[in-house]
Write a protein that binds this ligand. Sequence first.
Ligand code: 3AM
Length: 164
Amino acid sequence: MRLFIAIPLGEEMRAAVRAVQDDFRRGGVKGNYTPPENLHLTLAFIGEYPDPDAVLEVLDAVPFRPFELRLDGLGAFGDLWWLGLEDSPALAACVRALRRGLANAGIPFDGKRFSPHITLVRRATTGGRPMPGVAVPRAGMTVDHIALMRSDRGRNGMIYTELR
Ligand code: 3AM
């Protein structure tokens, strides 16, 4: 099973992200847009791992108090374009605790520095035109849980299922 841990987006945030995606589409940006149901913020990527229950145990043991997130800024990793988030010490602390828990439980995960982003579009191309200017709405959400996600390759792209 291909697993990752993520924050699914709340309604307001999801709508705001879709609005930015629509602005890009109207501006002629082509690519693989993240479908609305797949929008999320990845906290830790585990990859192939056979024991989701062991991961859920770690999730249950991480001290968690709800916190706020707010969209802020746009960025790109090469041709993967993303929306960023306002600096959040609570988010950073949550990810640190989560990764420490995974490491202590011997669950492998990608240890690259956490760089919070919501992927809007992969393989983005403007066909030679400049990147269209878009306004990033200051939408927010309260994070009330973090989710264990399973990722499967579907006929028309990835299917993400919240295991819990
Ligand atoms: O959509 P984002 O960028 O949040 O890019 C993949 C996606 O993140 C990332 O895990 C999320 C769910 O698939 N991902 C996929 N393979 C990865 C890998 N080998 C990876 N992250 C790190 N290492």
